[in-house]
Ligand binder design. Structure first.
Ligand code: TYC
Length: 111
C-alpha cells in the first residue's frame, strides 16, 4: 500500500509531518487469580497448616489461623497471583494432597 502526504499533513511546509504520541499508552495489567482452599471433613488440620506454610509462604501462626478460618467458614483465599503462578500453586497442593490420600481441594478463580 502506498500512502501520500497531503499539504495538510505538512502545514509548516518543512517536510516534518510528526506523529502524535499515544496520550494514555495501553499497558493492560495481566489479570490476577485468587487461589482458594476448601474445607472438608477428612483432611487433617496439621496437613493444611503444612501446605499453607510450604506453598504460600506463611508463618506457622498465619497458617494455623487461616486453616481455622477455612475449617469454620468453608473456604478462604490463600493468595492472589498471575495465572501461571496460581496454576502452579493449585497443582502443588493437589499433588501433595493426592500423594497423602487427603481429599483437600484447591482451586483458582479470576479476581
Ligand atoms: N475440617 C478439617 C478437619 O476437621 C480440617 C480442614 C481445614 C480441612 C481446612 C480442609 O481446607 C481445610 N480435620
Amino acid at each position: 500500500m502506498t500512502l501520500y502526504m497531503t499539504m495538510d499533513d505538512d502545514r509548516e511546509g518543512d517536510g516534518d509531518i510528526g506523529v502524535k504520541l499515544e496520550e494514555r499508552p495501553k499497558t493492560k495489567r495481566p489479570p490476577l487469580y485468587k487461589v482458594l482452599i476448601l474445607n472438608d471433613d477428612y483432611t487433617p488440620m496439621e496437613f493444611v497448616v503444612h501446605v499453607l506454610e510450604r506453598f504460600f509462604g506463611m508463618t506457622h501462626q498465619e497458617s494455623f489461623e487461616l486453616m481455622l478460618t477455612v475449617h469454620k467458614k468453608g473456604l478462604a483465599v490463600v493468595g492472589v497471583y498471575s495465572h501461571e503462578i496460581a496454576e502452579t500453586k493449585v497443582t502443588q497442593v493437589m499433588d501433595l494432597a493426592r500423594q497423602h490420600q487427603h481429599p483437600l481441594q484447591c482451586t483458582m478463580e479470576k479476581e
